[in-house]
Design a protein around this ligand. Structure first.
Ligand code: C2E
Ligand code: CA
Ligand code: CA
Ligand code: CA
Length: 276
């Protein structure tokens, strides 16, 4: 630019600057979030589509920062992935979720989200083993949720890590199915126990989109023949629940059956439902 070297900044430059500075500050705080006890887990119920009883909880990470207040997961998790802070944070999530699940009835499982960055660490399976042995949780009660994006960069390493976890007795779910990089080839490469159908299809179907309805039906039919379960994500009202049930999904997750809640509220749910 002509005025390069001058003291003047154009507005867009200072905006970029502010964003970089904000990001740097956020990263500094995130680096200390674990030791400052600013991270916590919420738990969202997943119910059986027909009986509507809780079958599992998905652990969802929350950050209540002293410096920045409550930071949205979509913001700080992407940052944690970019900086690889997701590796120590993700290990903590596994520990914490396994420990909390011990407070639930034994037939209730816990699902933990795992990023590709965690999977390509050479000791991912060891991290899982430690979370299980330190807590005493049976491996059968732990489900790992991954998205198709893990197959983009190091598909063989990611698959090998997940196969180790399956060998331990845990299960793996394919999250956000139908978004991004969907390829049916992934379903052949690993024995997923569950396909989670992204909320966008549930929303589309609820609004009468023939395409969304056809896609959900096709995914359910395919999952059935592959002997995989299906979870519909983001079901918000009884009409959507009824529609999803009629399309043959096996499990439902969404605000209608329960929002992500604190650990204490998740425990109380069983007392209310008489499941204990
Ligand atoms: P996800 O794994 O697809 O999780 C489901 C998201 O949908 C959650 O958002 C949940 O609060 C939201 N949700 C559930 N039911 C409904 C509904 O009925 N309506 C609507 N509008 N939303 C619903 P959340 O908690 O903000 O998490 C966002 C994403 O952050 C997650 O998407 C997951 O990809 C990631 N994430 C969360 N916790 C962790 C973690 O511990 N580790 C990693 N690596 N990623 C995590
Ligand atoms: Ca998930
Ligand atoms: Ca999802
Ligand atoms: Ca998602």
């Amino acid at each position: 630019a002509k005025d390069e070297g001058g003291g003047e900044h154009r507005p867009y430059e200072s905006t970029l600057h502010a964003n970089a500075e904000e990001r740097r500050q956020l990263e500094g705080s995130l680096r200390k979030a674990l030791e400052n006890n600013e991270l916590l887990l919420n738990y969202q119920p997943v119910v059986d589509a027909n009986r509507e009883n809780v079958v599992s909880f998905e652990a969802l990470l929350r950050w209540n920062s002293k410096e920045h207040g409550f930071v949205r997961p979509d913001k700080f998790i992407a940052l944690a992935e970019d900086t690889r802070l997701i590796v120590p944070i993700g290990a903590w999530v596994l520990q914490e979720a396994c420990r909390e699940a011990l407070n639930w009835p034994r037939n209730i499982r816990v699902a933990v989200n795992v990023s590709g960055e965690q999977l390509i660490e050479p000791d991912f399976a060891t991290t899982v083993v430690h979370a299980l042995s330190n807590s005493g949780l049976e491996p059968q009660r732990l489900e790992i949720e991954v998205t198709e994006s893990i197959f983009l960069r190091d598909p063989n390493i990611a698959r090998a890590a997940l196969e180790q976890v399956i060998a331990l007795g845990c299960t793996v779910a394919l999250d956000d199915f139908g978004t991004g990089y969907s390829s049916l080839g992934y379903l052949r490469k690993l024995s997923f126990s569950t396909i989670k159908i992204d909320r966008s299809f549930v929303q589309g179907a609820a609004q009468g989109s023939a395409e969304s309805i056809a896609i959900i039906r096709a995914v359910v039919a395919m999952a059935d023949s592959l002997e995989m379960a299906t979870t519909a994500e983001g079901v918000e009202n009884p009409e959507e629940a009824e529609m999803i049930r009629n399309m043959g999904c096996t499990k439902i997750q969404g605000y209608y059956f329960g929002r992500p809640m604190g650990a204490a509220d998740a425990r109380h749910l069983f007392a209310r439902q008489g499941q204990i």
